[in-house]
Design a protein. Sequence first.
Length: 115
Amino acid sequence: MENFNVNRIDKEDISVLYISGFLDAHTAPELEEAIQKLIDGQRYKLVINFKDLSYISSAGLGVFMGFIEQIREHSGDIKMSNMTPKIFRVFDLLGFPTLYDIVEDETLAIIKFRS
């Protein structure tokens, strides 16, 4: 069983979550908890950095779908960055690029929040 980790760094009003390892049905609750904590703390500008994520399942994808409406209702957004081609393909196949801002790197995601 692969590990999954979520680490958070706040950059002013933007929170960056660094996710690594395997995101599947077993580990999705960890990510849900991390995002819920941000919402509870009224932090609605999220960047998810996928640089070290090696696998994502439909359960993992579902986590983002589960929160996006609530976050956007508070004028926030979830921006995604640093995806490997393998991870991006999964998101692309399911039409995520039309729903989410998926950018090359974290700095660009932060700039998009600022502009």
